[in-house]
Write a protein that binds this ligand. Structure first.
Ligand SMILES: [Mn+2]
Length: 342
């Protein structure tokens, strides 16, 4: 069955509440006390929060619940979340999968990847659009929701479960990341769930998670950036040669914008044989996107918004245009293109 509460009982609140209770009852009816349950997730914050909520819903109702992640957690923020909250996540390996009695997927659907595809799921709870029909005994897909964590918060409420601090923190972070703090794809249910979780969450942990963007290895790029920077009026330029990820360019560009009389920061580096140029400005009467398109649109791909933009130029083309590959030459080229463009 496909459950979409927005289409049912649109009238009275009581009937809406009953429908959520019905959904909960139906979900739980598919699980038995002897079951060993595996929840599979692609570990982003929304999926992690949702999986923890399902584990809580099934607590004392089944033999065991394992949360299996189908790939290692890459984002440092999410690694911090898992470490600080000591989350019980198990890395699944394709070659040695133990067998379980029931399988659940949250914040994803069976056809989303090959790993999911191999399981006969008992329950699918998700907020992505159902691009192809989902076959499972219990399906709750609500594409209009900002986060699956919101959907699971409603199940917890229907079950009269007060989430623990760990669960509330994970769900809150799931809602925050998927809605980008309510800047996109948000409905009133997401805000309601956020509000109801807020007091129970650990905001110190949340803050540390949200600012954990750097690894100790990346500090050397800050060092290099501070030493190599060129300031031209209210613009700061730096070229960092080869970098280990494009994200570090964003971190440094945002860091330089903290300098009070700097309005623009232009940080570049080479990643996977592309020159990547990251631009940030203070957003006042400026258009970084337009500037970067004018400066680099003909030689590579370039685009962005008024306060943030990015360009990527294949090194082959760059070397043709610059004549050589030296740091100084590349930096000079970027400065020249930027000043000609505006
Ligand atoms: Mn999600």
């Amino acid at each position: 069955m496909v459950l979409d509460p927005s289409n049912h009982h649109k009238g009275a609140l009581t009937s809406k509440r009953r429908s959520r209770k019905d959904a909960l009852r139906e979900l739980l009816s598919h699980f038995h006390s002897k079951d060993q349950v595996l929840i599979t997730i692609d570990p982003d914050p929304d999926a992690i929060g949702s999986a923890l909520a399902v584990k809580r819903l099934l607590w004392h109702r089944v033999q065991s619940v394992t949360i299996g992640i189908i790939r290692p957690i890459r984002r440092l923020n999410n690694q911090t979340l898992a470490r600080l909250l000591k989350l019980p996540l198990v890395q699944l390996k394709q070659c040695e999968l133990p067998s379980f009695d029931r399988y659940v997927v949250v914040d994803g659907q069976p056809h989303h990847n090959d790993f999911f595809r191999q399981f006969a799921y008992t329950a699918v709870i998700d907020h992505h659009p159902a691009s192809s029909p989902v076959e499972a005994p219990y399906v709750d897909v609500r594409p209009h929701y900002g986060a699956t964590s919101t959907i699971l918060s409603e199940y917890l409420k229907a079950a009269a479960i007060k989430p623990s601090q760990t669960l509330a923190t994970a769900l809150l972070y799931g809602i925050k990341t998927d809605t980008r703090s309510f800047e996109r794809h948000t409905i009133v249910e997401d805000i309601e769930a956020f509000r109801s979780l807020y007091d129970a969450a650990n905001h110190n942990v949340l803050r540390k998670v949200e600012i954990s963007d750097l690894s100790i290895k990346e500090l050397k790029f800050f060092h290099k950036a501070v030493e190599r920077k060129h300031v031209v009026r209210d613009r700061i330029f730096v070229h960092l040669d080869e970098v280990t990820s494009a994200d570090i360019l964003v971190e440094i560009a945002e860091f330089f914008l903290k300098i009070h009389d700097i309005s623009w920061s232009i940080v570049s580096g080479i990643y996977e044989e592309n020159l990547i140029i990251v631009i940030r400005n203070d957003g006042y009467r400026k258009d970084a996107g337009k500037l970067v398109r004018r400066a680099f649109g003909t030689i590579g791909c370039a685009g962005g918004h008024s306060a943030m933009a990015r360009a990527e130029v294949p090194m082959e083309k760059l070397v043709q245009a610059v004549g050589k590959r030296s740091s100084a030459a590349i930096e000079r080229y970027i400065r020249k293109r930027m000043s000609h463009a505006g």
